[in-house]
Design a protein around this ligand. Sequence first.
Ligand SMILES: NC(=O)c1ccc[n+]([C@@H]2O[C@H](COP(=O)([O-])OP(=O)(O)OC[C@H]3O[C@@H](n4cnc5c(N)ncnc54)[C@H](OP(=O)(O)O)[C@@H]3O)[C@@H](O)[C@H]2O)c1
Length: 330
Amino acid sequence: MSELQQIGPVAILGFGNQGEAQALNLRESGIEVVVGARSGHAAETRARDLGFPVHPLAGAAAHAAVAAVLLPDEVVPTLWPELSSALQRGARLVFAHGYNLLYSRLALPASDVVVVAPTGPGRVLRALYQQGQGMPAYLAVHRDASGKAWGTAESYAIAIGCPAARHWRTTVREETEVDLFGEQAVLCGGMNALVTAAFETLSARGYSPEIAYLECVHQLKYLADLLHERGVAGMRRGISGTALFGDLTRGSRAAGADVRARMEGILEDIRSGAFAREWAAEEASGGRRLAELVEQASRHPIETARRAALGLAGDPEAEGGKSRKALSKN
Ligand SMILES: NC(=O)c1ccc[n+]([C@@H]2O[C@H](COP(=O)([O-])OP(=O)(O)OC[C@H]3O[C@@H](n4cnc5c(N)ncnc54)[C@H](OP(=O)(O)O)[C@@H]3O)[C@@H](O)[C@H]2O)c1
């Protein structure tokens, strides 16, 4: 019997991207799971349909020996007073990201608090688990009240499908700062800015927007897959000689020393807390600026080019994913 099975029920608070995958994997690992979801919303129905006992968030927290906080990071501080007052004394807390811990956005009880951060989306975590494979995870201990917090983090990680051989022990600071930097500089912000700039460069010189889209955006997946499988040097072995020469002689002109300097600025905003303060102010004002930025970006010609290039019709929001209205606190 694993340590987690001995400790008692795990409450999954938030049944979305991570919550659903973690709940399913925990259940198949023999752990008793209760789900917390707000009533009348999609997550509640989905969790019930999958056969989980579902309670309002605070009700599920009250059942838990271990509570996994798998709600959007930006909404947790608003929900926290009710959630934390419902927790049993000594209930252990698991977060999937250190954001609210590093920036001291929550008044925490005097129990164990750990971070178990899978290194990919929930649907991939679930698929790998079902294939009998595992996903790497970052583990960190924010507070070790029992002296057993690392053990809790490790057994939780194993039960959600991140095997011990793929655990990376880190700190809340490193996990949070590197995660934010990665998504801002490369994975989301940097990548989107780079492909948009390339698309605009070609379109402005009269090249067909559809061909510019296919070349600079759509094909990215094939190269990203090579990079994922083989690393930078291995990817370079998989491309043509002409592409290789262009890569090594021109790539640093697209993103060179000046980009490094700007990346330093992005990192400094994360390390100083300036980014977190700006994001908190945005949430507090109802998320209007973010909604406007999303709306503005959705009208960029790159979206029209995408629909034309891929033969898609209709409403881009119908294609799935998050639409960003002003942030709702309920
Ligand atoms: N996404 C990833 O790939 C990933 C990877 C590693 C770690 N993480 C971390 O995992 C945690 C959870 O992220 P996530 O992406 O899984 O979250 P998410 O899918 O965006 O949200 C989880 C659920 O929270 C509910 N929710 C949203 N707003 C709410 C509110 N105001 N009150 C109550 N419930 C609300 C939603 O369900 P309803 O709207 O149906 O109520 C949603 O399904 C975060 O700490 C994140 O940083 C995420």
